[in-house]
Ligand binder design. Sequence first.
Ligand SMILES: Nc1ncnc2c1ncn2[C@@H]1O[C@H](COP(=O)(O)OP(=O)(O)OP(=O)(O)O)[C@@H](O)[C@H]1O
Ligand SMILES: [Mg+2]
Length: 473
Amino acid sequence: MSQASVLVVEDNDLERQITVETLREEGFAVEEAAGGRRALELLALSQFDVVLTDLIMPGMTGEELLARVRADHPATQVVVLTAHGTIDSAVKAMKNGAFYYLAKPTDRESLVLSMRRAAELASLHQENLLLRTRLEGKLEIEGIIGQHPSFQEVVRIVRKVAPSSSTVLVQGESGTGKELIARAIHRLSPRAARPFVAINCSAIPDNLIENELFGHERGAFTGATERKMGLIESADKSTLFLDEIADLGAGLQGKILRVLQEKELRRVGGNEAFRVDVRWVAATNRNLAEEVAEGRFRDDLYYRVNVVTITLPPLRERRSDIPLLAEHALNHRFRHLHGGRIREISREVMALLLDYPWPGNVRQLESAIERAILLCEGEAIQPADLPSEVLSRRPPGRGAERLRPERFEIPSEGLNFENLERDLLLQAMEKSDWVVAKAARLLGMTYKTLQYRLEKFGLKRPDAKTVSGGLKA
Ligand SMILES: Nc1ncnc2c1ncn2[C@@H]1O[C@H](COP(=O)(O)OP(=O)(O)OP(=O)(O)O)[C@@H](O)[C@H]1O
Ligand SMILES: [Mg+2]
């Protein structure tokens, strides 16, 4: 076995130092934390075989830390330290999944022995997890980052349902990766060779959506000089992604329900219905069951759509993935912005990222990193490169539209105006799902001005071609 790693969590400096020294002398790789929060930060950054923690500490207690380790780091073993007279809580900790408890003051022999045993068990667990991952088929999907158990569960379901044609509903707060997951379902399905067809139901007025979705016959209405194929038809033998499905008007809900039930389609103005073979994936950032309860969404459509529901956890509930996502953004997604010049995210920045609640989830984290890359002048991203809300650990008002930032301050070291402008444009486009009209509203400029600026910087949606008014093909 390679060198076993132990994280010692103890608020008493002297006691902690003694334990750390002893374990180092015995050949363990040891790190230390004076409290639970710091311990969680370290756990998010690297894997430990054993966490040795005091039970009674100011701030987060050892019990809370135990619960977090059990939830987020299944292989890591926890050994608790108890002062005289707190055996009851030690027993409780064992019931809650601690590997063992040691009474203070600990003698060297039992300390070392328990650490060895716990480390052995941890490495067995790690091997097991690895093995299971291999047996179940990889628990990874290219380009999708997340090791947290709640996210791994999502990945497991995606892998399981992708090969079928069953309808999937993807729920989750804004920016949690709903579209990413919808695309993965398509990519991992037998339909992958055909293009993924996406429509954002909230970006287009209902009467236009109907035309977009169903197409029309020649002469269906004035101006319909040609027959037009709708998106449903173009998704035949492929996947159709209905984004923001909760925003569909009542009329369209009924029409879509019919297609889902009959698997037949009629173009606007057409008499004849024809069969289509479409795999439907719908997404919403609202609670669709609630929308049904409040009469805004048809229950029969809800039951059709919600054959399999995938609920994406918000980022604040899978904090251990923050460093992975941040590094992925730096080293892969936005590498082209710095070409490898920026080597790392400083520890201080990582601690701030871990602490922030991320109301805009992964998208917000990505924009923070992108912005930091543009502002960063050295080889490591520094706190000064972060947006002010992350620095002050305050989430902005819900919804970017309602956010009224204070006056923008030019940093004393100056700034690159073109980079900043480009960054603002990118942010607005990403926040608006690359719908130019929406982004223009966010920036308080006209459609034309924004279009001119987008062209000036050559900004395009990175992964897909924008067709028009929010349609993505
Ligand atoms: N697990 C993940 N791994 C890597 N990148 C991710 C992950 N989740 C989200 N992202 C990235 O975050 C951004 C937002 O994701 P996406 O557009 O899929 O979110 P969404 O849930 O559809 O958001 P919205 O509700 O605002 O439409 C994208 O750039 C996406 O690539
Ligand atoms: Mg989306």
